[in-house]
Design a protein around this ligand. Structure first.
Ligand SMILES: CC(C)(COP(=O)(O)OP(=O)(O)OC[C@H]1O[C@@H](n2cnc3c(N)ncnc32)[C@H](O)[C@@H]1OP(=O)(O)O)[C@@H](O)C(=O)NCCC(=O)NCCS
Length: 189
């Protein structure tokens, strides 16, 4: 996915695109720091403090992690992370998701997931790994929707997503149906 790719979402008012590494780091950091304590806990498996999150965002900007962001009025409200395979012992790229509470359950996580799969495919990856807390119903539902088979161990669930078995993603730009829906929503508003 190129940096310019922008998809209009039909229901929520923002757009989705890949963040520019380094330059747009503050947008990711701001989003992660805005996560409420429970979401931070879910996203970082218990690591909660600001300094951890700041170091984490800086590392993402440096190590080749691709960040696909949901942006409203120039502010990142959701992010999908695609980490390079060389960071995991068995060379499977790790993925992770975060959506701020006020825009949840409107399909933002799902569209980020779709874009992430398209990006992973374009890099030639065959499968991805996701790890989440065993109690994290939302992430488990989202991962399940995209074909992850999660297994449980020590309070965590880990799953792999086989990209060869995923349906092809929708085109990067909004489809005519999306555009029509967006117009309907705009008219309603
Ligand atoms: C997990 C998370 C990213 C989901 O984002 P979202 O934008 O709400 O996701 P969506 O609206 O696309 O929902 C995806 C699916 O999960 C389901 N879902 C979402 N939240 C749910 C919940 N709390 N309980 C059960 N199912 C849930 C939705 O119904 C939807 O399924 P559907 O399309 O069949 O209806 C978000 O809850 C989050 O950021 N949580 C905190 C951080 C975190 O836990 N990250 C995971 C660690 S990697």
């Amino acid at each position: 996915m190129s940096h310019e790719t922008i998809t209009r979402l039909p229901i929520v008012k923002g757009s989705v695109r890949t963040l520019r590494q380094q330059e747009e780091l503050p947008l990711l950091r701001g989003h992660l720091l805005r996560l409420d304590p429970a979401s931070r806990h879910d996203r970082f498996h218990g690591f909660m403090d600001d300094s951890f999150i700041e170091r984490y965002a800086a590392k993402c900007a440096d190590d080749g992690t691709v960040i696909i962001a949901y942006i409203e009025d120039g502010v990142v409200r959701g992010a999908a992370e695609l980490h390079p395979p060389d960071q995991s012992p068995d060379s499977l790229p790790e993925i992770a998701f975060s959506v701020e509470a006020r825009v949840r359950r409107q399909g933002v996580g799902s569209i980020l997931f779709k874009k992430l799969i398209a990006e992973a495919r374009s890099k030639g990856y065959r499968s991805l790994r996701i790890t989440t807390g065993a109690q994290n119903q939302a992430m488990r539902a989202l991962a399940h929707k995209f074909g992850a088979h999660l297994t449980f161990r020590h309070g965590e669930s880990t799953g792999t997503i086989d990209l060869d078995r995923q349906p092809m993603p929708e085109p990067a730009m909004a489809t005519p149906a999306d555009a029509a829906r967006a117009m309907v929503n705009a008219n309603r508003a």
